[in-house]
Design a binder for this molecule. Sequence first.
Ligand SMILES: Nc1ncnc2c1ncn2[C@@H]1O[C@H](COP(=O)(O)OP(=O)(O)OP(=O)(O)O)[C@@H](O)[C@H]1O
Length: 235
Amino acid sequence: MAWPIFRTEGVTKVYDTGEVQVHALAGVDLTLFAGELAVLLGPSGSGKSTLLNILGGLDRASSGHVWFRDTDLTALRERGLTRFRRDHVGFVFQFYNLVPSLSARENVQLVTDVAREPMPPEEALGLVGLSHRMDHFPAEMSGGEQQRVAIARAIAKRPEVLLCDEPTGALDSKTGIQVLEALKDINDRFGTTTVVITHNAAIRKMAHRVVRFQDGRITEVEVNETRLAPHEIVW
Ligand SMILES: Nc1ncnc2c1ncn2[C@@H]1O[C@H](COP(=O)(O)OP(=O)(O)OP(=O)(O)O)[C@@H](O)[C@H]1O
């Protein structure tokens, strides 16, 4: 039995740019289940990143509710939201956001030094297949390796949720697949609820569920009866 970990109800987001109002989300009702790997698909501008940022407490809904377990994130003040992010959420972005002057190990250590019960940086880097690159600097690593350091950094604090915005967007298919293998492995091993935004429709095949967006709304949620391993996906 899968338990809801996130639930959104009527979530809207309006960006007021001064001249125009952009309706990025127009009423999103979505339940995400603990332990699942969900892929969010949809055209550019359909609201995927906006929803991910609201789920992760990086941004706030204009109206509606977002529950993480029993906590209504929309009712939290800034400090509560910061604590929620710090304690529960790991983020992976398209451009790895590593500190160039720090080694892979030191980049991960930035997080483990302030987390409550982190895994050692060496263990996190081992989980993404980078035990042999721990003392390398970002400029000495491929894009796929840098993204795997970013994943190690995100998982080192043992988050319940891993939110990934276009994690393979800057990568060729071979290194992209290595990154997806790392995400799948973390999901299998720890049951970390994982949400992956992508433009690449082929990636949906590795998901438990696929959520499609259009114009700030969810148009379809599809359950994959059979899943493919990342190395079986062709793109
Ligand atoms: N900070 C912002 N200020 C104003 N408008 C914004 C802001 N962030 C996003 N938007 C707008 O909100 C809408 C949804 O954007 P969002 O980034 O969520 O879409 P997306 O589906 O993730 O697109 P992409 O796949 O290109 O990343 C777009 O029209 C976008 O231009």
